[in-house]
Write a protein that binds this ligand. Structure first.
Ligand SMILES: [Mn+2]
Length: 339
């Protein structure tokens, strides 16, 4: 298999630190996704196999379709178990920061995280990392943090330790962050890593089924409603906007995670290169941006909508009424796409 192209500065120092059993805390970002939880649990299983004591802390709850993952019951949610999480951080020997690269991505967890005295190690693939950790494994070329956790295990010369539990978790991170191996980040190496993980006996259809075939009837009807009544398409410029009001959310009894994936759907339309989902919240509008190829939605989100992310997938927000936000998108996005 191709060797990892990433490296860790002062890897020897990190190896020395992990040479004896340590108390390790693994943290991930707010509103965790498949990669956040998959990479965190995958790393946790690996470190436990190496004899370390691990605690995984997520800032808040994540979708039920991720709860099947091995080790899920041990994840501590900071917003529900603050004292336990704070104690773990305080007494940690090493803290991992997975799938985020700025302290504000963990919301209220940022304070105890930054107050903790233990050295910190970042593993992440988002753009423009802030330097708040002692060690770092970072590249925006990686498909997922789960891929980088595999790289980390390889850099530690431990790939032979990978077992079913680690494989299931890391596979989930790669599967979800690559949009089921569709995104441009799906390199030959991603497939090689995936093949290696599959050799641990993964039932990949079963994993796909547990994650993606979990829609409620109301979610399906809500998607239909959005495509019929809430989607604006500018075929000439090649973009689409779906707007979802609070009223819509109430009408379809939307649960957390029910809008997941909706923003990608307009890209299925022939000629549509960029897509926006605008979801009305109390006092602001939450925005998701998706694009194909070289269209850089990270820069667009940063420039106009207080956000950022990846080139082809970014987020943002605007404190304004929904109709004003839609107007602003229609005003700024065509110019941006045509420039
Ligand atoms: Mn990720």
């Amino acid at each position: 298999m191709a060797i990892p192209t990433v490296s860790i500065d002062r890897l020897d120092e990190l190896k020395a630190l992990l040479a004896t059993p340590k108390k390790v805390v693994i943290t991930t970002h707010y509103n965790p996704d498949g990669d956040a939880i998959g990479s965190s649990l995958g790393l946790s299983h690996y470190l436990r196999k190496k004899g370390h004591l691990t605690t995984v802390i997520a800032p808040n709850e994540y979708p039920k379709f991720l709860h099947w993952m091995p080790g899920n019951q041990e994840v501590i949610l900071y917003d529900k178990s603050q004292p336990v999480a704070e104690q773990a951080l305080k007494h940690a020997d090493l803290i991992f920061c997975l799938d985020y690269n700025a302290p504000d991505r963990v919301k209220d967890l940022a304070k105890p995280l930054q107050e903790a005295e233990a050295p910190k190690m970042l593993i992440d693939h988002h753009l423009q990392p802030e330097s708040f950790t002692d060690f770092s494994l970072h590249t925006t070329q990686a498909s997922s943090t789960a891929e980088l956790v595999y790289d980390f295990i390889e850099l530690m010369e431990d790939t032979e330790l990978i077992d079913y539990q680690m494989a299931a978790c890391l596979y989930t991170g790669i599967l979800t962050d690559t949009g089921s191996f569709q995104h441009a980040s799906t390199t030959a190496r991603v497939h090689e890593i995936t093949a290696d993980l599959m050799r641990q006996g993964l039932d990949t259809f079963d994993i796909y089924d547990k994650i993606f075939n979990t829609a409620s009837i109301s979610r399906m009807r809500f998607f239909g409603h959005c495509w019929s009544n809430r989607m604006f398409v500018n075929a000439k410029v090649g973009y689409a906007i779906i707007e979802v009001s609070i009223k819509d959310q109430l009408r379809f009894h939307l649960q957390k995670g029910d809008t997941e994936g909706l923003v990608n759907t307009p890209l299925q339309i022939d000629g549509i290169q960029a897509s926006v989902l605008a979801t009305e919240q109390e006092g602001y509008v939450k925005l998701s941006f998706r694009s194909k190829g070289d269209i850089d939605m990270n820069t667009f989100a940063r420039q106009y909508f207080n956000g950022g992310g990846h080139k082809n997938a970014a987020g943002g927000m605007e404190e304004a009424p929904l109709d004003k936000v839609i107007e602003k998108i229609k005003h700024t996005l065509p110019k941006y796409l045509q420039s």
